[in-house]
Design a protein around this ligand. Sequence first.
Ligand code: SAH
Length: 354
Amino acid sequence: MKRALLDESPDQLGAWLTEQGFPPFHARQVYHWVFERRAEDFSTMSDLPKALRGAFGADWEVFSTHVTRHHVAPDGTEKLLLSCSDGRRIECVLMAEEDRRTVCISSQVGCGMGCVFCASGLKGVERNLTKGELVEQVLRLRNLLPAGERLTNLVVMGMGESLANFDPLIAALDWICSPSGLGFGQRRVTISTVGLPERMRKLAALDRQYHLAVSLHAPTEELRNQLVPINERVGLRDVIEAADAYFHRSGRQVTFEYVLLRGINDRPLDASALGDLLQRRKAHVNVIPYNPVPGLPFERPSDEAIRRFVSVVRGKGVSVSVRKTKGREIDAACGQLRRSEAVVQPEAAVAPVI
Ligand code: SAH
C-alpha cells in the first residue's frame, strides 16, 4: 500500500528522500505544492526532478481518499462523500456565504455518543479518522474554490465526536494553522464537542486559540440524560465547569449549541432554565433548529416557537443566534448523506473501534 503524504510529516518524508538518494529539502517543496498550489498528483509538481516524481508516484499518494459523490445544492453548498482506503465513508461540506467560505469536517467514521436525534451515531463508531484524513477533507474542499479564493473558517461539526479523536485532531488542526500548512488562524477554527469534560480541560491546557462549541441541548440533567446519553456519565454540571475552565484559560468565549426539538426541549420553561444556567457566564448560545432525520421521531419546531425560545433566552441577558440550515437538498446535515447512500449501497460490515 502507498504511504499517505498527509499522514506523515515533512521530516518523515525527508528521511525517505534521503534513503532514496534525493536531497531532503524536496519534502518542503512537495507539501508546498499540496497546501499552496493545490496539487493532487505528484506528476503536476513541475519543479521536481522527473525521476523523483516517478519515485513519489510509486511509493506515495497525495490523497488517500477518493471522491465517491460530489453534490452541489441550489444554495451553493457543496458536499463530498469520500471513501477512505479501507472503504469506509466520510462526509464533509463547503458552505459559502457573503465573504465567508466555511468547511465542515468529520472527525470519526460514525459516532459513539448516541445522541438520540442524530443520524451519525445510529450505528455507533467505526473508527477514528487519521491526521491525514482530517487534513485531506479540508484540502479537497479548498480545492473546489475558484483559484485565488481562500477558506475563511473551519468547523469540526461533521460526523463523530471530535474530542474522542483528540491527538490526530489537534495534530491536523495545528498543521492546517501553521505557516507550512494553510496558515489558518486558530481563532477561525471551531471544535464542536458533545462535552467531554476531561478532554475539554486537556484542550485548555494546550493553550491554543481554537473556538470551542459545546453541544448542550438541554438545561437540566434529567432532560440532557434523555437526549445526550453520555451525559449520564459526565453530568451537565461538569460540562459547564469545563467550559468555564476553557474560557478562563483561553480567553475565548464558549458557544453552547442547542438543537431545538419540537415539544421536547423548546418550551418556554426550557428557555428560561437555559437562560438562568448561562446568565452569569460569558457564553453564547447557538440555537440549531432540528434537521429531521428520516426514521427518527423528532421534529423541527415552528418558526414562531423558535422565535419565542430565542426571545426568552435573550430576555435573561444571554447572547443567542439561530443557525441557518444550509444544503438541506443534498442531505448536508450531520451524517445524512452517508446514510442515504448506505440504503443504495450497504457499507461493509465492520467491527466498531473506540
Ligand atoms: N460530536 C460533536 C459534533 C456533532 S455535529 C458534538 O456533539 O458537538 C454538530 C452539531 O449538530 C451538534 O450540536 C449535534 O448535536 C448537532 N446535530 C446532530 N444531528 C442534528 C440534526 N439532525 N439537526 C440539527 N442538529 C444536529
